[in-house]
Design a protein around this ligand. Structure first.
Ligand SMILES: [Zn+2]
Length: 356
């Protein structure tokens, strides 16, 4: 079959959900998307692996990037999709409906339809978002084709239930290690207990007061949490090492280096090593083009707490927001389902912003 981009965004959502595309297995869907776009002369298409980019080149003075990932988490007996009505709301149920093929379907339909948009548009559909960051198709595209990331504003179609979620918090993971000396637990005075020493690390965490930080008019809530703890040798040995694994989610006004510095201050005197760091993204809602976007799509505007690929755009100098159909609480759930009226509302919102 070939995808028909003239179908309704609801039917298109169903078609692309029923083409399985668990991360690493996106080839068939990417082929379908590329084939479906071939008939539209207003789009210049570039393919990188299983990532498809379609650009208008109308010479407009502004360009926006609109992107979505085409992979899903593993299917769990929830394909093919089905239509159902629950509490008088009509849904399409199945893997990928929320995260995020409804968003992709809306984008594909508008890419085909908008031959004369108000701004130039770079559409991006990419692979491997739901897996480790080094496999991320958008990251690969940025390395291979940084020139495609020229733009004044970006919209990522991740599910936001039709609201606008600006920027995102950064995330830092550190290992805080305490050390002691092994001994037989019958003669503990001969050793030093590293797990007991970790009590001061946990105490610092329990006392910690996270900030709420306003950035470009949105309030970001930070957090600092132990997420794992490891230590111990055997049940009759005084442990010589304990590691508290800590995750710091920090507002996008703070750089990665500043976040590391802050965590080192919190755990002053302890051995702190950085395991993973991804800076956040400012919402970028203070620019005229962003304000036009918010006015056109309507709906509430709030911060994004989780780290998303908007940060990749932000790192390349393009302010970015999340805006897409589907309740994020249903993302990755076995009963993943998107309300049909959210799909059509998102289509209408983007069309109102982009039409000439
Ligand atoms: Zn997603």
């Amino acid at each position: 079959m070939t995808l028909d981009l003239r179908a309704s965004s609801i039917d298109l959502t169903r078609s692309i959900c029923d083409i399985r595309s668990v991360s690493g297995d996106e080839r068939v869907l990417a082929d379908e998307i590329q084939a479906a776009l071939a008939g539209y002369d207003h789009l210049h298409v570039v393919r990188d692996g299983d990532c498809i980019v379609a650009r208008t080149e109308l010479g407009r003075d502004r360009r926006v990037i609109i992107a979505g990932h085409i992979d899903t988490v593993p299917v769990n007996d929830n394909l093919p999709t089905v239509f159902e009505t629950i509490d008088a709301v009509d849904y399409l149920t199945g893997r990928g409906t929320v995260d995020m093929k409804a968003g992709v379907a809306v984008q594909l339909k508008l890419a085909a339809e908008l031959v004369d948009p108000a701004v130039d548009i770079t559409w991006m559909w990419y692979d491997n978002e739901e897996v480790a960051s080094e496999r991320n198709g958008l990251g690969r595209l940025a390395r291979n084709h940084p020139e495609l990331f020229a733009g004044d504003f970006a919209v990522l179609g991740e599910p936001t239930a039709g609201g606008v979620e600006g920027g995102c918090n950064g995330t830092l993971r550190v290992d805080v290690t305490t050390r002691g000396r092994r001994a037989h637990s019958a003669r503990p005075w001969a050793g030093a207990n590293a797990i007991h020493a970790a009590a001061d690390v946990l105490g610092a965490l329990a006392r910690y007061q996270p900030r709420e930080v306003e950035v470009d008019g949105l309030v970001y809530r930070e957090s600092l949490n132990a997420v794992m703890i490891s230590g111990g040798v055997a049940k009759n040995v005084i442990p010589d090492e304990c590691v508290v694994h800590v995750n710091y989610r920090f507002a996008p006004s703070r750089s990665g280096d500043e976040a590391v510095q802050h965590v080192r201050e919190v755990f002053d005197g302890f051995d702190v090593t950085v395991a993973d760091l991804a800076p956040g993204a400012r919402p970028g809602l203070d620019t005229p083009i962003a304000r036009e976007f918010v006015a056109a799509v309507g709906g509430p505007v709030g911060p994004k707490y989780g780290w998303t690929d908007v940060a990749r755009f932000s790192a390349m100098g393009v302010p970015a927001v999340n805006y897409g159909p589907g309740d994020p609480i249903k993302a990755h759930a076995d009963d993943e389902r998107v309300a049909l009226d959210e799909i059509t509302a998102c289509e209408a919102g983007l069309r109102a912003w982009l039409r000439p």
